[in-house]
Write a protein of this length. Structure first.
Length: 256
């Protein structure tokens, strides 16, 4: 059985990495090429998650892909172009079947891939990834705040002159709002039901897809100042099965 070295010099890793620079530049400058490369890499990432030796760097690898995607789409440019080239070169190396150690060799075949990733992280890319992660989180928070503001305005328009008494999310992603016309109604309160659809697509664009996360966003939305509530009601979002015992607190009338 052929023996392979598992420790590499800086010169070896530098040569392996930058052998792909020209291809990397070509991919960065062509959005279609990047899109196709990204699709290929997604398949690799699914496999890499199951390979123990790659597990320790998979989060950084995925972040590299997201960073390049943001760069190519001109969403994020606070990084030297040379660094982006190095990152894409590293990603190309990970996909390449022609490595220092062939990937077909179990376990040891990925030692050089991990070494290349550690090499690039050590020389500044790690800091760039941390900076990008902070930017991405700040962007996500801003997007969430904007979503909550706009959606609260939509809900307020649907509620109209009434007062929100309860908000319930059905399995089909429909929001049922129980609306009372008097702010100080006593229980059981006279209400009408008004419905709106949860904007699932808009939430997915800001990485909100799990039901509990959607509920959390709605909880933050319905306490905004422009949504008027009936006095004495609890300002929270219910899943419909959790609201079954509370329907007796309301007398539902037909309404538009």
């Amino acid at each position: 059985m052929k023996k392979y070295k598992t420790d590499f010099s800086r010169e070896e890793l530098h040569a392996a990495l930058h052998a792909n620079d020209n291809e990397a530049v070509s991919i960065i400058e062509d959005a279609d090429k990047w899109s196709k490369f990204e699709e290929q890499f997604e398949a690799f990432a699914k496999k890499a998650e199951k390979i123990p030796i790659l597990g320790g760097v998979i989060d950084d690898i995925i972040c590299m892909v997201e960073l390049v995607d943001s760069y190519v789409k001109r969403e994020y440019r606070d990084i030297p172009v040379g660094t982006i080239v190095s990152i894409v070169s590293a990603l190309i190396y990970l996909l390449s079947p022609i490595d220092i150690i062939p990937d077909m060799i179990p376990v040891i075949g990925y030692v050089d891939d991990v070494a290349v990733v550690h090499f690039i992280l050590k020389f500044g890319v790690g800091r760039d990834l941390d900076k990008y992660r902070m930017w991405k989180e700040e962007s996500r928070r801003s997007a969430l705040d904007f979503f909550e503001q706009v959606f609260a305005e939509e809900l307020a328009q649907v509620i109209g002159d009434g007062y929100l008494a309860a908000i319930i999310v059905s399995e089909n992603n429909t929001i049922k709002m129980l609306v009372a016309m008097e702010q100080d109604s006593e229980l059981p309160a006279d209400c009408i039901v008004k419905e709106v659809k949860v904007p699932v697509k808009a939430l997915a664009e800001i990485d909100v897809e799990e039901t509990e996360d959607v509920i959390g966003i709605l909880d933050d939305t319905i306490v905004r100042e422009n949504i008027r509530w009936m006095n004495g009601t609890r300002k929270r979002t219910y899943l419909e099965p959790d609201f079954d015992e509370k329907w007796d607190d309301f007398i539902i009338h037909e309404g538009c």
